[in-house]
Design a binder for this molecule. Sequence first.
Ligand SMILES: Cc1cc2nc3c(=O)[nH]c(=O)nc-3n(C[C@H](O)[C@H](O)[C@H](O)COP(=O)(O)O)c2cc1C
Length: 273
Amino acid sequence: MKRIGLLAGSLRAESYARKVARNLGLMGPNTVMVEPISLAHLPLWHDQLSGREQATCQAFKAQIKRLDGFCIVTPEINRGIPGCLKNALDIASVSDDGNLWQGKPALIASVSTGKLGGMSANQQLKQLALVLGMQVIQPSEIYLSDVEQLFAKHDLLTDAQTVTFLKLAMTRLVAAVQGAEPALTFDFGPDDVQLQRQGQTIGQATFDWSTGLLVITGVTIEPDFAHQGLAGQLMLKLIVMARLFELSIVAGCGYSQAFFKQHPAIAQRLCLH
Ligand SMILES: Cc1cc2nc3c(=O)[nH]c(=O)nc-3n(C[C@H](O)[C@H](O)[C@H](O)COP(=O)(O)O)c2cc1C
């Protein structure tokens, strides 16, 4: 299965860039894996790193090497990209296998609490992506201004225009990574996720998101599409959501309880007991 890395150029606990990157992770199909990439532990790169720092860089490079594409979301700080993001790009640009970004598709977006959407940082990042040989996905101009206003009561993006725009970019990234458009897609609302095939809604899961908890309150599939494993696809999506947003799951409906009974290893890791 192909893998997409989610990179956010901020170390802030409540970073909007990270929240947007996590939302992009939810917008893909279940046929690609999404993997958050942490930058917090990386040393500032130079040529006299300690053994431990070198090991940290090697582990980071190994992670970048096994990823097939990236969503990179940058904030703008003093009209440029933050140092943590530049440092990470630099570290993985040199390895025994060469530049590890080379040839990989990348969705590039910028965020800002201001009105210009981090446009300068975005231009810088695209220039860097070009230097590093990444394949920048269209639309290549994703500037999210007033970013703090785009979320629902929790960290899901709910601004319809923004979601539509980001989904288009994510669909293109997935197509570039796996060579085909996804057959099943997902549409998140503040309290539900819909499963779609060729634009038709064929199933739905409802949830409550309170602090640190994702309570699954229902999973339904349209009768014509029953017995094809599609409810499991909705569950998989909710599991990805719990992982990305660091939520514990509460199986609050019959189907989710039965699902976790069948998958005790997942239940043990993610469910509140
Ligand atoms: C020191 C500093 C400089 C900033 N400079 C800019 C800037 O040049 N352009 C801009 O649009 N926003 C700027 N901002 C606002 C950031 O866009 C905002 O703080 C954003 O939420 C940071 O991203 P994060 O939430 O992912 O950490 C700046 C913020 C700080 C603290």
